[in-house]
Write a protein that binds this ligand. Sequence first.
Ligand SMILES: Nc1nc2c(ncn2[C@@H]2O[C@H](COP(=O)(O)OP(=O)(O)OP(=O)(O)O)[C@@H](O)[C@H]2O)c(=O)[nH]1
Length: 890
Amino acid sequence: MQPFHPPTPQNHRLYTPATPDSPSIEKESHIGSETNARQAREAADGVVREYEEKRDHLAKAIESSVYLLSDLKNFNGDQWTVRYPHLRPTESVEPGSPSPRPGMSRRTLTFADEPSHPTEVVLSSTPTARRAALKRSLTLAPSTPASSSSRSPAASIVAEPSRVEESEEDFSILRLDLNMGATRHAKALISHLEKSSISALLDNRITASLDHLTHLQKRIYDAHSRVLVTGDLNAGKSTLINALLRRNEVMPTDQQPLTTRFVEVVSARENEEKEEIHVMDGTEKYDPADKSTYTAVDISQLEELVADAETDASSPPLRVFLRDCAANLNNPSILHNGVVDISLIDAPGLNRDSIKTTANFARQEEIDVVVFVVSAANHFTLSAKEFIWQAGHEKAHLFIVVNRFDQIRDKARCRRLVLEQIKQLSPSTYEDAADLVHFVDSAKVALGYGDDEPEGDELDDAFSHLEHSLRSFVLVNRSKSKLGPAQNYVTHLLADVELLAAANSLVAGKERDAAREEIARVKPVLEKMKKGKEGLEEGLVGEEETVTEQAMGRTKLGMERALDRVGRGELAAPAPGLALPSYPGLLGVWDYAGEVKRVLLASLDFAIGLAEDDARKLTADGVDKVAKLGDTHLPADVERSNRRFNAAAMFTPRSTTSKNVRRQSGVASLGLGLANQAHLVEVNVSDIFDLQHHIFIARSSIPSTSSSSTSKDLIPLSTELTGFGAASLAIGAFSMISGQTVGLRTVIEGLIHFSDFVSNPSTRQWIGPVVGVVGVGAIAYVIYDLPRSIPRNVGRHIQSNLLISSGSQADDASVPFADAQSARVGKEVRKVMRLAAWDLRERFRAAVDARGEVVKESEAMERRAIKALKWFEEVDKRVELIREEVGIKV
Ligand SMILES: Nc1nc2c(ncn2[C@@H]2O[C@H](COP(=O)(O)OP(=O)(O)OP(=O)(O)O)[C@@H](O)[C@H]2O)c(=O)[nH]1
C-alpha cells in the first residue's frame, strides 16, 4: 500500500501561496469565473479523496497499534518482565573513544529498577526525524574501559540530578510519571520500585494508551464538523447560512441586528428527518437521545427564539434541525455530504458584549473552522479586528467572507483594501487568500434558491468557489484537528514502543549470553558428576566394607590371643600398672583368687581397649579415604564437610553424651568393664582347686569310646563346693601330682595295680600308712602349688566362660566373646563409616541437584531471552509496517 502524503501545492490549489498582486489573485477575485469554480470543485474532490485515504490508513495504523500494544501488554509479565529504560547523555566521553556517526550519539542507559547499573549505548535516531524522535534504536557502545571504571554511575544520578533532563530520548506516551508532578522526583521514586512493580506501572500506561487509541479511532471516524459563522452585526451571517443551505429565509434575517444567541444548524437526519428546534435551559448536559435534556419547539418559532430579547450570547445555543435541500452532484448539501457532516453555527453579531463569548466559542476543540463574515461596505470594525487578531492565534487560518459585494461599485479597490487589512490581521490567511477570502453576494444565492426558483443557472461561480473551498477547508482542518493529533499520537507511541523494544532487546541479549555462559560453566561439571556417581558409590561401599572387615578381623584375632593368655593365667595384655597380686598365704587364698580374677579380667578389658584403639585408627584412615573420595568427586566450589571425625567418640555408650562424660581413650577406656561384672568376678572353689579339671584330664587320658566330644563336654561348668568335692580333694591332689609328675595313664594303671595289690592280705598291713603319707604329701604339694595353680584355674575359668559367651550378662550368652567383640567393634566402625559416606553422598546429591537446578534455570532463561529477542525483533518490524501505514517517513 502506498503511504499517504499530505496534500502539496503541486497537486492541489488549496493553500497555494498567492499574493494580491499575483495574476491568480487578479483572476480569481472577480465574481463569475466558471473556470475558477470548476477548479475549486476538482480541488475539493481531491481533498476529500486524500482525506478519506489518510483517515483509512490512520485507522488501520491505530488498529495495528492496538494489536501491538495488546501483545506487548500480554507479553509483559506473562513471558517477560518489560524493563523501563532511561537514557541520559553520557557525561564524559573519554578521549580516544570512537566518535559516533551523524544521527548517532553515545548515551548512558539505565533501567528504572536498577539505576546504578548503567550501560553505555549508542542511540541512533533518524536525522530528519530527530526532533520528533520518530525512530530510535540502541546498540551497545564499543567499550572504553576507562569510562566504565572511573566513574560512579549512581553518584552521577544522585549528585547531579539537574543534569538528568527531559530530552528527546525520553518516553512521551508510555512515560511513567506516577502523577507525582515534577518528573525528576517521580524518576527518583520509580528507581526505588521493584522490577515487577515498574512492569505493572508500565502495564497501566499501556492500558491507558489502548483506551486512548480506541478513543482516537472513534474520533477520526466521527464525521461531525462544526463551522462557526461570526462577524459584525448585520454583516449577513444568517443570509450566508441560508445561502449555504440553499434555503431562503430559514435563518431569520433583518435589516437591523437580529440574532441574539448562538444557533447551531444541524442536518435533520440526526433527528429522524424531523425539522424542529431543541431548546436547552443550560441546567443539564444536552443529549439528543434524551428528551428530558431539551424542549422540542416547532421550526416556525425560530425567528421568535433567535430574536428573543431575553437571551444573549451566553444563553445555551439553539439546535435547529433542517432537512437537506436542493443538493446536486455539483453542489452537495453542506450539512451532509457523505464525508463530513457539517453543522453551521450562526453567532450573534460582534459587539463589546459578545466578542469575548464568541472568541471562547471559537476556541472550542470541536469548532473546525471559523468563518468570518464582513460587510464589503464596512470592512473591518474594531470588534472585527480584535476578534480576528485573537482567533488568528488560535486557528492559524480563517475563512473570510466579504459579503454584500454586489453593492460595491469599485470592486477592485474594495478587494484590495480588504485584503490589505487581512494581511495585517491574519498573515497566514492572507497567504492563502485565493481560497480563504471570498467576495460574494449571499443574498442573491439565498434568495435565488428559494422554494419557487429553479436551481443551477443562477448559482454564482464565486459562491460555488466559496462552497468548495469551505468544504475543503473543513476537511483540511479536520485533518489537522482530528487526524493530525491521532497521527502524532501514533508516531510517538511507536517511538516509545521502539525504544522499549530496543532497550529490552539489549537486556534479553545480555541475559541470553549470561545464561549461555552459566550453562557452559555448570553443565560439564554436572555431567562429570553424574558419570562419577557410580564410582563414588562403589568407592564408599568398598571403603566401608574394607575398614569394617579389617577392624572385625583384627579385633577377633586380638581377643582370641588375649583369651589364650588369660587361659594360661597370664595377663591378656601387658597393661601399665596392672600385675597379678602376690600370694598372701594359705589363709588369704580365697581373696587371692578373687584378686587374680579381677586383674585378669581388667587385663582383658585393657586388651579390648587396645582393640578399640586399633579400630579407631582404622576408622580414621577410612574416614580420610572417604574425604579423599569427596575431593575427587565433588567440584572444587562445593563446601567440604566440616564434620570432624572424633575417634574418642567411638565406643562411647550412647547414653553418655560428650557434654556429660569426658571422652577417654586407650587404657582408660576399658571396653566392657569385665572386671566390674559380678558374675565374672565371683570366686568359686574350683578357682582354687579344680577337681573337675583334674578329672577331665584324667578322663581324657583314658581312651574314650566317644570320639565326638564337644567343647561343651570338655569344658567343665563351674561347680559349687559339694561334699563329694571335698572328699575327692586328696585324690584330686594325688592325681594332679601324678598327672604332672608321672602321667595320668601311669597313675591310673598304678591305681589298678594298687587295688590288686591291696586285695593281697600281706600288703594290707603296710598299705594304710603308705597311702596316708602319700596323701599328706599330695595335699602339701597342692597347697604348695596354690600361688601358681590359682591364676591358671581362674584364667582357665574366665577363658572357658568367655569362649561360650560375650562376657556381658545383657548379651546373648551363646555368642563367643571374641566374635561378640569383633561384631561390636565392626558395628561401631560401620556406623562411623556410614555416617561419613552419608555425609558425602548428601553433599554430592545436593551439589548435583544445585547444578541441575542452575542448568535448568539457565536453560529456561536462555529460552526466555531468545524468545524475547525474537519478539522484540518482530516488534521492530511491526512498528515499521505501522509507520508505513500511517505515512510516517523516517
Ligand atoms: N445585497 C445584499 N444584501 C445582503 C447580503 N447579505 C445580507 N444582506 C442583507 O443584509 C441584511 C442583514 O442580513 P443578516 O443575514 O440578517 O445579517 P446578520 O449578520 O445575520 O445580522 P445579525 O446576526 O442580526 O447581526 C439582510 O436584510 C440581508 O438581506 C448580500 O450579500 N447582498
